[in-house]
Design a protein around this ligand. Structure first.
Ligand SMILES: Cc1cc2nc3c(=O)[nH]c(=O)nc-3n(C[C@H](O)[C@H](O)[C@H](O)COP(=O)(O)O)c2cc1C
Ligand SMILES: CCCCC(=O)C(=O)O
Length: 351
């Protein structure tokens, strides 16, 4: 594990550890996986403009999001069933993130009880909310997370139903034995595709933000925003922030890579709350580019499950350490002293 020097190294090791259908469930995207590929390719089309002799010295990576301290502008994206990758699941992830002062967004479909997750980290925990047709189910999940000490809700808005993930269709993917949601009532969750088709509420509109705010005191962020128009509506509806995300290319194939739409979302939100980005972040320079184009922080998805697969909490720790070290390197070598110093002058499109 210690010879893994990049997140791609970790992915390579993880692939050998996971069964092919689980690997495909994690790695795959919707349709032809055009959006999945673009999320990464877009970072290759941007170059950094380093400033020299700035006197910036060793950079400070710390930042504040929703009045909480993060040791770096990097959090863990909501991912269903960490227990698919390692038996200790979200508890292992939370331990690794917590030891590093980094936040974790816990999925509605977490494989570990919220209370167990909260017990092992002092870093911020946010609950990702899937809104079910049965609002009582959603309400129970939200109340449980709030009681466990979670600090914010992240409403996933891009999933009126689960996208067409052809790898899973071809594999007839079902959850491995022993993997189930730990914070939902017992039920038949074996096929994410079937459950995601039948149980999620496809009729949601912006009033759901008001409803969530009526059942909890927690701030609500909206995840899955890809246009300036929706970013504006999110803030108007009472959202505390937005997450620019195409669900890691797993929902509609053909929507743009997140980095491309980040500037229009940042402009629309206009400082009225944090703007986070996920999708394809695999290197410290990717983080720095996202910050330069206006993100307050990024969330990391699949690499976290890769880390779990290769070594539980230690594996996730390795993934987070690599990204933090790479970001430190990139900030040092561009003369960027702090997160807030990263601005548009730092990047240039490929020419
Ligand atoms: C296996 C897997 C499970 C996911 N589960 C959820 C989930 O439960 N809720 C959610 O909002 N997003 C979920 N996502 C999407 C991630 O939060 C995130 O948007 C995406 O993975 C970021 O892209 P990246 O993997 O390229 O870093 C999932 C993604 C993967 C790969
Ligand atoms: C029903 C599980 C949904 C998990 C999810 O959001 C994803 O796989 O992208």
């Amino acid at each position: 594990m210690n010879h893994a020097l990049t997140l791609d190294d970790v992915a390579g090791l993880a692939r050998a550890r996971l069964s092919p259908p689980v690997w495909d469930f994690v790695a795959g995207g919707a349709g032809d996986e055009r959006t999945l590929a673009a999320n990464r390719d877009v970072f290759d089309r941007v170059w950094l403009r380093p400033r020299v002799l700035t006197g910036a010295g060793r950079p400070g990576l710390g930042t504040r999001v929703l009045e909480a301290d993060w040791a770096a502008p990097i959090g863990v994206a909501p991912l269903a069933y960490h227990t698919m990758a390692h038996p200790e699941g979200e508890a292992a992830t939370a331990r690794a993130a917590g030891e590093r002062g980094l936040p974790l967004v816990v999925s509605t479909f977490a494989g570990t009880a919220f209370e167990q997750i909260a017990a092992v980290t002092a870093a911020p925990l946010w609950l990702q909310v899937y809104c079910f047709r049965d609002r009582a189910t959603t309400r129970a999940v939200v109340e449980r997370a709030e009681r466990a000490g979670f600090a914010a809700l992240v409403l996933t808005a891009d999933t009126p139903h689960l996208g067409r993930r052809l790898r899973d269709v071809r594999n007839g993917f079902v959850l491995p034995p022993g993997v189930a949601p730990a914070n939902l009532a017992p039920g038949d969750y074996a096929s994410p595709a079937a459950h995601g088709r039948d149980e999620l509420d496809p009729d949601l509109d912006w009033s759901v933000i008001g409803w969530l705010r009526s059942i909890t005191a927690l701030p609500v962020l909206v995840k899955g925003v890809l246009t300036g128009e929706d970013a504006r509506l999110a803030v108007q509806a009472g959202a505390a922030g937005v997450i620019v995300s195409n669900h890691g290319g797993r929902q509609l194939d053909g929507v743009p890579p997140t980095l491309r739409v980040l500037p229009e979302v940042v402009q629309a939100v206009a400082g009225r709350g944090p703007v986070l980005l996920d999708g394809g972040v695999r290197r410290g320079t990717d983080v720095l580019v996202a910050l330069a184009l206006g993100a307050d922080a990024v969330l990391l998805g699949r690499p976290v499950l890769h880390g779990l697969a290769i070594g539980g909490a230690a594996g996730v720790g390795r993934v987070l350490d690599i990204l933090v070290e790479e970001l430190t390197d990139a900030m040092t070598l561009t003369g960027t002293g702090s997160v807030k110093d990263a601005g548009p002058a730092l990047v240039r499109e490929q020419w």
